[in-house]
Design a protein around this ligand. Structure first.
Ligand code: PEP
Length: 251
């Protein structure tokens, strides 16, 4: 994988409370995991807990917001700004998650604006893309991925701040994980897309991580694939031992 450091993110979605989060962070802080040269680890609790999480994590764990808005401030009730995420010491934000796209109707255009602003503020962005089941059945997977990548093409001030998360929608929260070959094919396609549309260097250096029903039992086979540079984990990231096993699949 060259210069690409393995990356494992835990997306808590709308789950947990102060107590469960502290218990989870305590377990992660005390776990024996591969060194920071081998794997970067990020957890993403709901926004109301981001600051408490930031204060609780040890040096091996970073914190990500699950979303942010495209503007620094103003009349945008209910939103949080990248500036605020940065202000409390978090280093990452997840953008474009399929639940944001589907349930909250976020467009590719809005996601691109958010991504540009977050990177300008200095956050790293975990940018999520992926096809729905119907797309795959109609052989439109590559077309959907290209189109979602194209959405952000003119909006990335610094590609070193982007981690691309390939998350086939049919695999998210379903227990139906992509096969290692399906993941590898999509990741390879994304890397080739980066080589053609951005640069060879960005293609080589950008982490492309897989998400969708990653578990302690399937992570090792997925991690073996050449273009799988880590994982974005939902359900299993709430269970300390499972998340630690997934972190330890780093190659
Ligand atoms: C996710 O929310 O990004 C995700 C991949 O969820 P799960 O691991 O539960 O499928």
């Amino acid at each position: 994988t060259g210069t690409r450091k393995f990356f494992v993110g835990g997306n808590h979605k709308l789950n947990g409370n102060r107590q469960s989060l502290h218990t989870l962070i305590e377990s992660l802080n005390n776990a024996t995991i591969p060194s920071s040269d081998i794997v970067e680890v990020v957890i993403s609790p709901p926004s109301i807990y981001l600051e408490t999480a930031q204060k609780a994590v040890g040096p091996r764990i970073q914190v990500a917001a699950q979303n942010c808005y495209s503007e620094a401030k103003g009349a945008f009730t209910g939103e949080i700004a990248a500036e605020m995420i940065k202000d409390i010491g978090n280093q990452w934000v997840i953008l474009g998650h399929s639940e944001r796209r589907k349930i909250f109707g976020e467009s590719g255009e809005l996601i691109a604006k958010k991504l540009k602003h977050a990177i300008e503020v200095g956050l790293g962005v975990i940018f999520c893309i992926g096809e729905q089941l119907a797309d795959r059945e109609l052989n439109q997977t590559d077309a959907v991925i290209s189109s979602q990548m194209k959405d952000i093409l003119g909006s990335v001030p610094d590609w070193s701040k982007v981690v691309v998360a390939y998350e086939p929608v049919w695999a998210i929260g379903t227990g139906k994980v992509a096969s290692p070959q399906q993941a590898q094919d999509a990741h390879h396609f994304i890397r080739e897309w980066l080589a053609s549309n951005v640069s060879k260097e960005v293609a080589t250096n950008t982490r492309i991580i897989y998400g969708g029903s990653v578990s302690a039992s399937n992570c090792n086979d997925l991690a073996k694939e050449a273009d799988v540079d880590g994982f974005l984990v939902g359900g299993a990231s709430l269970i300390a031992n499972d998340f630690i096993t997934i972190i330890s699949s780093a190659k």
